[in-house]
Design a protein around this ligand. Structure first.
Ligand SMILES: *Cc1c(COP(=O)(O)O)cnc(C)c1O
Length: 366
């Protein structure tokens, strides 16, 4: 058959082991998964109420324009309704952007390590991928700007960056966008927007008003705790959204997902509370890193990238046997580190205790 050449040797996304699998493998009663940056507090109780009381007719197609959710989200973000594009998770929006702009003969610029879906989609669409190493966990925007040429179609920025958690500084970001040709789409992936507490952060939606080549991606998967519902969205100027919209599948969010996201949006106190809890959880990790002399990147997300001074896979295995699933840095391009989702106070405490045991066994800690 006539498969695209670039599919040769490509592997599907490797999901981590499920909690049930791990329970069975190691005979454990409970497993805590701190691997996918899901919200340890779940979602708003208002969403639970909605899910219990809904009487949705699933025999009919959803509203392909997501009108109800769109109306409320436009208000909450502070843009017009036609400046929003919904995806089946922001993953799907990444795919739409790739499908609309990337092809053989063009290139795309991104950091490395960063969120792997930018690269994955670009490869499928046959574009040349130009990856620029992070410097101390942060985007090297000067080098990224240097990599842009007349064949560059898309630049991907991830802020806070997954897996380092680092925010792109406001001045550097604006300087970069100013410098980049208006012919290049600048994608700013803010999957962890709701968790940002850095006082210097300015809402990226203001950039959209000024620049017609910038698109911001956000999601209901992380702080809103709705990863299973698959609702992400993009914000940009109306003309840009109108260009991308034909690429979208007509019914890409289910009726229930639209409803759940709409209800979640109305409970801002849940988000405020999760942000606070996340800050205090982060402090637990920071204190641990400091007292054990382990490097940790300053994170503005709900996860940390922590040095382990040992083979990350070994630490990963050791923690799994003790009931915690995290991500090994070896799988993320950050060997010697692990990425851990910040959990509840108790989860973090138990996790750090187990980490100490594993690192003591590995003779990293005395
Ligand atoms: C989790 C994540 C996404 C994907 O989120 P979905 O909306 O669930 O598809 C996108 N970008 C980054 C950086 C993420 O960490």
């Amino acid at each position: 058959m006539k498969w695209k050449n670039q599919l040769t040797g490509m592997k599907p996304y490797q999901p981590g082991k499920s909690t049930d699998e791990v329970k069975e493998m190691f005979g454990l009663d409970t497993i805590v998964k701190l691997a996918s940056n899901e919200n340890p507090f779940g979602f708003s109780s208002k969403v639970s109420e909605f899910l219990e009381n809904q009487t949705i007719n699933h025999a009919t197609y959803p509203d392909g324009y997501a009108s109800g959710l769109r109306k409320e989200l436009a208000k909450s973000v502070g843009v017009e309704e036609n400046q929003l594009l919904f995806g089946n998770g922001s993953d799907e929006i990444i795919m739409m952007i790739s499908r609309a702009l990337l092809q053989p003969g063009v290139n795309t610029v991104m950091a490395t390590p960063t969120f792997p879906q930018y690269r994955h989609n670009a490869v499928i669409d046959g574009a040349e991928v130009r990856e620029v190493l992070l410097t101390n966990g942060a985007h090297d925007l000067q080098e990224m700007a240097r990599q842009i040429d007349e064949n560059t179609a898309v630049v991907w920025l991830c802020s806070p960056n997954n897996p380092t958690g680092m925010l792109i500084g406001q001045d550097a970001l604006e300087e970069f966008i100013q410098k980049v040709s208006k012919e290049v789409l600048v994608v700013l992936d803010e999957a962890y927007f709701e968790y940002i507490t850095d006082a210097s952060y300015k809402n990226a939606i203001d950039l959209i008003k000024e620049y017609d080549n910038v698109i911001v991606l956000r999601t209901f998967s992380k702080a809103y705790g709705l990863a299973g519902f698959r609702v992400g969205y993009a914000v940009a100027q109306q003309e840009l959204i109108a260009q991308l919209d034909p690429v979208r599948e007509p019914f890409n969010n289910t009726v229930t997902s639209q409803g759940a996201a709409l209800v979640a949006l109305q409970d801002s106190s849940f988000i405020d509370d999760c942000r606070l809890q996340n800050e205090s959880g982060k402090k637990q990790f920071e204190d641990y890193a400091t007292s054990h002399n382990l490097h940790m990147y300053p994170s503005q997300g709900n996860f940390v990238l922590l040095e382990v001074k040992a083979d990350s896979d070994l630490v990963f295995d050791g923690l799994m046997k003790k009931g915690f699933i995290i991500r090994s840095g070896n799988a993320l391009g950050t060997p010697g580190y692990i990425r851990v989702t910040i959990g509840t106070t108790q989860q973090n405490e138990e996790f750090l205790q187990k980490l100490t045991e594993v690192l003591t066994d590995a003779e990293v800690l005395a």
